[in-house]
Design a binder for this molecule. Structure first.
Ligand code: PAN
Ligand code: ZN
Length: 186
């Protein structure tokens, strides 16, 4: 039986207490994601394979909703900001919410039909991710980007589509600011 409880979410560290699960993605695990493969190898080697992001879950399999945080480190690979893998949900009726707690970033979204949108990620903004929109978060700031996500427990992740063909746009630093450019490899 499940019991109600208050879950503490630290908006700066992203820690979730109590949590049920967590994982860390080191930069080397994101091989193939960034446009500049040589720059990627260099950052991994010279930067000591830094952590790119961490995901902390509060998830009860017996319940339909779950939530957690994503804690994204700042960094760049060949001018491209650190980003998540990006995915569609397996369940075609499942959307998601991303409520930014601290830091700054961009949420890059792409529909099945190929329409591209971005939503600014900054404290106070809760991004609505509709079903059937792939979503990738990008830390465009110099601090950690921490956001709370909430979705259906069994939404599932379809990573394959984005892994195989990438997304239509890249987010890169240009003149000290984030710029959204066409992905030349798409
Ligand atoms: C989030 C993401 C998390 C990491 O919990 O899974 O930010 O991003 P990737 O899974 O794309 O690497 C979410 O959108 N869940 O559905
Ligand atoms: Zn998702």
């Amino acid at each position: 039986m499940l019991f109600p409880e208050g879950v503490a979410i630290d908006g700066i560290s992203g820690e979730v207490t109590p949590s049920t699960d967590r994982y860390t993605k080191k930069l080397s695990e994101l091989s193939g994601l960034f446009h500049d493969a040589a720059a990627f190898d260099k950052v991994v080697a010279e930067g000591g394979d830094p952590i790119a992001y961490e995901v902390v879950d509060y998830r009860k399999q017996e319940c339909d909703i779950c939530f957690g945080t994503t804690i994204m480190m700042p960094g760049q690979v060949g001018g491209e900001y650190f980003m998540t893998r990006g995915h569609f949900h397996e369940r075609k009726d499942c959307g998601e919410g991303y409520y930014t707690q601290s830091g700054e970033g961009l949420l890059l979204l792409e529909s099945r039909e190929g329409e591209v949108r971005t939503v600014e990620m900054k404290p106070g903004i809760c991004a609505f991710i509709p079903p059937e929109w792939a979503h990738r978060s990008i830390n465009t700031g110099s601090e950690k980007l921490v956001f709370v996500w909430f979705c259906a427990t069994d939404a599932g992740h379809d990573y394959g589509t984005i892994r195989e063909r990438g997304m239509r746009k890249l987010v890169v630093e240009r003149d000290g600011r984030p710029a959204i450019i066409d992905n030349p490899n798409f």
